[in-house]
Design a protein around this ligand. Structure first.
Ligand code: GLN
Ligand code: ZN
Length: 765
């Protein structure tokens, strides 16, 4: 039996890489200093795994920005627009690489960055390779060889990790019409061969190919490409040992394909899809070993050793221990680095958790325990593990019977508004008296350095609660006044009291904890620190009523209450694994429902429940979409349905495509939905038009992601486009998203122009 790690976090346990990259980008350190930080992180990661006793330690899992961009550079998939960057004097390979990741505005060049998109269903983002017809590839970077050599220096014969050829192609974007990216397999294969030859020359014995697409829905052509590619690689390298790693879902209908590949080890994700083990061990041929992805790389809970050992024993019985590998379910990139830094966590809760470093140890312990170790430390670890697992089952910190009973008692009626939209609409019109093309914003106003400094000072105790409160009130009041002045119809309070749209709620709900240092890479140097939902969720007290009520008391116009929806709170947190996601989501929905009702009681007549993450929660396999959408939409409806007909519920979603889920979006039955639309020139509205979406819609008329101020004329143009497909009386006018990242200067100009555009459009109508 052997252990291996698919990949280790590379930001450094104190986010050293983030800091070094940002310093390098701003010219504060030189290349050699950045490279030193990178090398140190690699060495730390290798040593940590070596000391823990991991058998196969990965290399090339490190990256200065993104492992897929690394591959693009290695195989020379460098779009021509960057060639000039490489030619500039003083530019290193890494400068070219960062130019591809971040764009390049220097030396008289102005080149946009490559596109970035979400890595499957994670919150990690990769740089999308660009593919062209007849594209030729050539070995361009020696990163992978250098890393292998670095590991060797550290006394480790590492296992280089690369994205498998088929997945690499499938991750890319066809930039020319008529191109099928899979047709590039033959062009890129020789470069893969060259990479493997060199690694073999350097002494590599193992290669890990990540092929996550084997656990997704793929075409027949992709399946055929898998067979040709791996047969060819096998032919060329009869003695190199190949691991094909699949993760994020089960192999399912690709099982027979996966076990037929001429490789040495197949890795499967048993955290996501434990059910597949039975089928896998029944169909695996004799010359193939199996890597059991048992330790969850996507979540922060301690592994349940008893359960895992049952999986291992079952596999060993069938395959023999030499053919079994123990591993985390996927790369540990998606876990925070080290639980040891969490000195403020409640010890009972901390005892349920494992971050990357602890997961490495778990993998080793599992192997030792499965092999019948007599090592007393490990046997003690096992006892501790059992205790931790059982304490989670009964802890009063987690289990709240009132919450469980309430969730269980939810009926169909709880997710129904009192009447249909047609009836609500009339009552709302009467109550709210809004004009044609009402204007509003999505919630946040600029979080200036000043506003953020108040929060920091308050947290450090340098401002008293009263002082902090007074400053926020002043800022809120000013924002209300200003919105009145420029003639916005539905005002917002500005969200100055909020750090983050999930954290703000999590901090006030029972069942959440926050880490000090639980950072996970989101993209490049950007990291996020997701809250941990560990227990039954409830709302001890109103969360937003104070600020909404204060804002409403300052004006005679309507102020919109502002909440984050249950699916988004769930999606952007580490969630419990001891109950289905749908159950946790329902509990959050009930807490938000209470908040909605309290806002209504406090005189707030328009309430927005943001759900930007609904779409990203979609399962990877299409067959599972409807099940997810059913509970996700229901959770939203539970949160929204406690109010009277005359109270208007809004929702907001950004960065979404709606075509294939429009029916479910309509099922959410929000009175008004605001969406991001301006960058697509209203194209995203077509889904709503084709569906004859019945409720009201605010397609964003200006892009808040850029400091650029759009003109009134531009926005009128966009509004006309919207009217071409959606009846005017259904339309609202608003920006694409919240304004927290913008400065006041551009915000003022843009919103004044937006209001003018709405007024003019109403007159012209
Ligand atoms: N209400 C939030 C804001 O304006 C919405 C943010 C989001 O959709 N991501 O900031
Ligand atoms: Zn948004």
């Amino acid at each position: 039996m052997q252990t291996h790690i698919l990949g280790y976090p590379r930001i450094g346990s104190k986010r050293e890489l983030k800091k070094a990259c940002e310093q390098y980008w701003s010219g504060k350190i030189v290349l050699e200093e950045l490279l030193t930080v990178g090398r140190n992180i690699c060495n730390q990661n290798w040593n940590l795994q070596k000391e823990a006793g991991i058998d196969l330690i990965p290399c090339n899992d490190f990256s200065y920005y993104d492992q897929i961009l690394d591959m693009s550079l290695i195989v020379g998939a460098i779009p021509t627009r960057y060639h000039e960057v490489a030619l500039k004097r003083n530019n290193s390979e890494l400068d070219l690489y960062f130019a591809m990741a971040r764009g390049y505005q220097k030396d008289g060049l102005d080149i946009t960055a490559m596109e970035m998109t979400k890595w499957f269903d994670t919150n990690y983002h990769y740089i999308v390779p660009e593919f062209y017809k007849n594209q030729q590839f050539k070995l361009t970077s020696s990163k992978i060889f250098n890393e292998f050599a670095g590991a060797k220096q550290a006394g480790i014969n590492a296992k280089p990790v690369i994205i498998g050829l088929v997945s690499y192609l499938l991750l890319g974007k066809e930039k020319e019409e008529g191109l099928d990216k899979l047709d590039l397999a033959q062009n890129i294969l020789p470069v893969y061969v060259e990479i493997l030859s060199k690694l073999q020359e350097q002494g590599a014995e193992w290669i890990q190919f990540d092929e996550p697409f084997l656990s997704l829905d793929i075409t027949e052509k992709a399946k055929e490409t898998y067979i040709t590619v791996y047969s060819e690689l096998r032919k060329q390298f009869p003695t190199l040992k190949f691991i094909v790693a699949t993760y994020f879902d089960g192999l399912k209908d690709n099982l027979s394909l996966a076990v037929s590949l001429p490789v040495n080890v197949l890795h499967v994700d048993l955290a996501r899809n434990p059910e597949q083990l039975e089928d896998v061990i029944n169909s695996i041929p004799e010359n193939l070993s199996l890597s059991l992805g048992l330790v969850d790389g996507r979540n922060i809970w301690k592994n349940d050793f008893e359960k895992s050992l049952a999986f291992i024993n079952k596999t060993v019985e069938k395959l023999g221990s030499e053919r079994v590998f123990i591993a985390p379910s996927c790369s540990l990139l998606h876990s925070p680095c080290d639980l040891d830094f969490e000195t403020n966590l409640n010890p009972e809760i901390k005892n349920w958790l494992a971050f990357a470093k602890q997961k490495v140890k778990e993998v080793v312990n599992l192997k030792e325990l499965a092999s019948g170790t007599e090592n007393q430390d490990i046997i003690n670890d096992f006892e501790e593990n059992k205790k931790a697992v059982s304490s989670r089952k009964t802890s009063s910190l987690i289990h709240n019977n009132i919450v469980k009973q309430r969730a269980e008692a939810v009926t169909e009626e709880d997710s129904q508004r009192k009447n249909s939209f047609q009836i609500r609409r009339e009552e709302q019109q009467k109550a709210l008296q809004l004009p044609l093309f009402p204007t509003t914003t999505i919630g946040s106003f600029p979080q200036t350095t000043e506003v953020r400094s108040w929060r920091a000072k308050f947290k450090k105790g340098e401002l008293t609660a009263e002082q902090y409160d007074a400053l926020l009130k002043e800022e809120t009041q000013r924002t209300i006044r200003w919105q009145e002045e420029i003639g916005i119809d539905v005002l917002v309070h500005g969200e100055f009291e909020r750090n983050d749209m999930v954290e703000y709620f999590g901090e006030q709900l029972e069942g959440f904890v926050f880490t000090k240092n639980g950072w996970v890479q989101s993209y490049g140097s950007r990291c996020v620190k997701p809250p941990i939902i560990f227990g039954d969720v409830s709302r001890p007290a109103p969360m937003t009523v104070y600020w909404s009520q204060y804002a409403q008391s300052q004006t005679n116009q309507w102020v919109k209450g502002m909440l984050t929806g249950p699916v988004t709170i769930l999606q952007w947190s580490f969630v419990r694994n001891d109950q289905p996601r749908s159950e946790t989501c329902k509990q959050i929905a009930l807490a938000i429902r209470d908040e909605v009702v309290d806002l209504e009681k406090a005189g707030i007549r328009i309430i927005q429940i943001d759900e930007p993450a609904i779409r990203e929660g979609l399962p990877l396999r299409k067959t599972e979409w409807q099940n997810y959408l059913k509970w996700a939409v229901e959770a939203f409806r539970i949160s929204a349905s406690g109010v009277e007909n005359a109270t208007q519920i809004h929702t907001h979603m950004c960065y979404s495509e709606f075509n294939d889920i429009i029916k479910n979006i309509a099922d959410m039955d929000a009175d008004v939905i605001t969406i991001e639309c301006s960058r697509s020139q209203m194209e995203l509205l077509n889904a709503f038009a084709d569906f004859k979406y019945p409720n009201e819609i605010g397609p964003g008329v200006y892009d808040i992601h850029s400091p650029r101020v759009p003109s009134k004329e531009e926005m009128i143009e966009l509004l006309k486009k919207a009217q071409d497909v959606i009846p005017a009386h259904q339309l609202w006018v608003n920006p694409d998203c919240g304004l927290k990242t913008r400065h006041w200067e551009e915000t003022e100009k843009a919103l004044i122009a937006m209001v003018a555009a709405a007024k003019e459009a109403a007159v012209e109508y």
